[in-house]
Design a protein around this ligand. Sequence first.
Ligand code: AMP
Ligand code: MG
Length: 397
Amino acid sequence: MLSVQDGQNRILTQIDRSTPPEFLPLGRSLGRVVAEDVRAPFDVPPTDNSAVDGYAVTSADIPATGTRDLAVVADLPAGSVFDGALGPGQAVRIMTGAPMPRGADTVYPQEVTTRAGGRVRVGPIAKGANVRMRGEDIHAETIVVERGTVLRPQEIGLLASLGQVQLPIHRRPRVVLLSTGDEVVEPGSARKPGQIYDANRFALSGSIEQCGGEVVDLGIVPDVRDELRARLLDAGAAGDVVVTSGGVSVGAYDLVKDVLDEIGALEFWQVAMQPGRPLAVGRIGSAHFFGLPGNPVASMLAFMLFVRPAIFKLAGRRRLFPEVYAARATEAMRKKKGRREFKRGVLQFSDGCWEVRTTGPQGSGILSSMVAGNCLIVLEEERGDVAAGETVLVEPF
Ligand code: AMP
Ligand code: MG
């Protein structure tokens, strides 16, 4: 049986390129992935400038002890520049961020000075105090945002400060989504005995959007071979990725594998994990295909483990996997060696340490365990039963 990691590697090696870039205005780029390295067009700050409101002076005029009176030769409001050069015995009133006057190298904060008419009284201060140097934040031509970065508010702000107005951004991967199953019906419709409302298409749709994909919703397909074939052919033509749920186990109506074998390329995997063992992976035309299990927890988990990194790679992201953390288990957990198990957990900080417990029953159909939880507890292949107090890995969600 395939390990989770081998499965992930096989999927990622199939994806050899990302979606092409499109130019987007900075204001619409939050959460999107930059397609090229962005370099600073100029030094930041562009000139030496004052770090405080106060008086710019020449260090030769700083008294070693006592005080000295200097002539205030200009009063610069924010945004204006002193054209001349500072001479001996002179000071310029300056605002935070204003360029240093030529000849000045030190700034007195206003509150350590005394102003009297056209003169200002100053005392000892370190040479060069309160001056921000040109380029001390960023040198021109250095890379400020690497390709593959997901833009956060701070990257957007930095790019704006560099005068950028638009950016090359990867197009969102288009992910075609459909549910399979004769028993699955649309929420809002009447539900007959034996039918269930479609949970997976909604949970997966949210998951796709959360990881930066654009959802193409193809609804619910019954377990009818011809209908499934037609819908999957449409799906393959409509997106970069196709995701289905249900119909990949070994029941009489589990048709996804058969149909995919006919119209595309199928690799069927039994992954050594719990929950969510069966997984159909392959291609329909140029689209990457993922047939996820029908049980809601299993399908969400398989999405996180196998589809999300694929979408991230298609989207051009540099980081494909989430951070994992260590926490102290507050309860014992059963664990079978030889497979990776994922339990839904509640992670909390308590008495100076991160603690985790399970959400209770862990059946792969119990979607409320995902609702009660805030993390996956990841128990590696080689691990056996966990005793209370042991350290386990967690992946917040
Ligand atoms: P299957 O793999 O198709 O046999 O489905 C496994 C289990 O998941 C069955 O109990 C299905 O009823 C359930 N299931 C399948 N699709 C969905 C869905 N879209 N929403 C909620 N439950 C589903
Ligand atoms: Mg089914």
